[in-house]
Design a protein. Structure first.
Length: 426
């Protein structure tokens, strides 16, 4: 049995898409198990850049089975647009399987998402306003519509009528226009017809693949610090991006998960609101942001930038069972006189080494840093650990020491070839 879960170990945008694409080349199955089109992956190979939103990263290889599992919330319109965009660029030969138990995002979810954010004012979460949270809310409220409903015109008719009865009341209460049943039904029943050939019980498919010895890669969306249970609540996403959530969200047994790779940048970023203990401002932040092209894949929003936070990484390691780390965008730190890593927080005069549960406490945390000498050399062409400047080697060693994790991969550029593997883990 060979399975590997890739998780973002920070606030998302760590470079999971690149590593997923890199490891997917030796995989038989690639699975996306949670989230929706609020999570973008940028993949670069052959001199071309692809931005994926909800389609799994193995879509570029015709031999890979790509699974959109039951824990996802899928926007049918966006999914089909994404597939057409890939096909327009020559990606036409692929295998895609969509869970019949995945919930679907409908127009009222997006409308409500934007309204909720507006009403929160200064306390807004900073969502992408793509309807992900309201869709998960309907799932928990047992009024959601699933893919199995969408592909059956009669089931969809009943489910949509029931949902719109409630949702139009919500929209009216919020001062928004109500939605017409026939308009939505006629549009989305056609989407269901187009998606139907991809739909199946993906949990059954995955169990068969794992049992026969296939290499199954579970790709992450967002990051552990955005987990609905373990993240910096309420500034989190609406699902759990941890490895612990994968069995539930993919319809398989926990015993099938045996390796977890945590993806982290050589520094830290986050998008949206919420406490960010190691955040950097000013000229240094702009230097890192521009070198790292730190703008959202989907939203193009500038990301907030900070030094590497080993407290958050250790927390992510614990709640997600991370075995190894992949250190991304390592080359971005080149050219700095010194680099810092946060090893603990100072809270109410005491040193703490875990992430507090409340925002009030986290906002009070002052980062405690270890400072290391930087390196001026260009490392974008190195092909091994030994080729790195000594100060860059020391940085990796210090990351391993502070996170109690082994760095299995480091990346020095966006291309597949700029990925250096230090240990075989899959």
């Amino acid at each position: 049995m060979s399975t590997l879960v890739i998780v973002g170990s920070q606030w998302g945008d760590e470079g999971k898409g690149k590593i997923t694409d890199y490891i997917a080349q030796e995989s038989d199955v690639v699975v996306r198990s949670q989230g929706g089109n609020n999570a973008g992956h940028t993949i670069t190979f052959g001199g071309e850049k692809f931005a994926l939103r909800s389609i799994p990263s193995g879509i570029f290889n015709p031999h890979i089975k790509n699974v959109m599992a039951n824990g996802m919330v899928i926007n049918p319109k966006q999914m089909l647009e994404e597939l057409r965009g890939l096909e327009a660029r020559g990606i036409k030969d692929y295998q895609l399987f969509v869970s019949n138990r995945a919930h679907i995002v409908l127009p009222y979810h997006e409308m409500l998402d934007g309204a909720y954010e507006q009403f929160k004012g200064d306390k807004k979460i900073g969502t992408t306003k793509r309807g992900i949270g309201p869709c998960y809310t309907d799932k928990a409220s047992r009024i959601g519509i699933r893919m199995a409903d969408l592909i059956d015109p009669e089931l969809f008719k009943v489910a949509l009528k029931d949902a719109l009865t409630i949702k139009n009341m919500e929209l009216k209460m919020l001062g928004l226009d109500t939605l017409d049943f026939d308009t939505i039904y006629n549009e989305y029943v056609e989407y269901g017809r187009q998606i139907k050939p991809f739909v199946c019980d993906t949990g059954e498919l995955l169990e068969k693949e794992i049992e026969k010895g296939s290499k199954v890669l579970f790709e992450g969306a967002q990051g552990v610090m955005l987990c609905i249970d373990h993240g910096t609540y309420p500034y989190v996403t609406s699902s759990s991006p941890t490895a612990a959530s994968v069995p539930l969200n993919a319809g398989i047994a926990p015993r099938y998960i045996n390796n977890v790779l945590g993806i982290c940048k050589a520094y830290t970023t986050r998008v949206g609101e919420g406490p960010f203990p190691t955040e950097i401002e000013g000229e240094l932040a702009n230097y890192i942001r521009e070198r790292g092209h730190e703008y959202g894949t989907v939203t193009k929003r500038p990301r907030r930038v900070g030094w590497l936070d080993a407290v958050a990484l250790n927390y992510a390691r614990r709640v997600s069972g991370i075995n190894y780390l992949s250190l991304m965008l390592f080359d971005v730190l080149s050219g700095l006189d010194e680099v810092k890593i946060c090893y603990a927080y100072k809270l109410n005069g005491k040193e703490v080494t875990t992430v507090p549960a409340t925002l009030a406490e986290l906002e009070k945390c002052e980062p405690l840093y270890v400072t290391l000498p930087g390196w001026k050399e260009d490392i974008t062409n190195v092909t091994s650990f030994d080729e790195l400047p000594e100060n860059a080697k020391n940085y990796i060693r210090k990351v391993e020491e502070l996170t109690h994790s082994e760095v299995a991969i480091f990346s020095v550029g966006p291309d597949r070839l700029q990925t250096i593997r230090l240990k075989e883990i899959f």
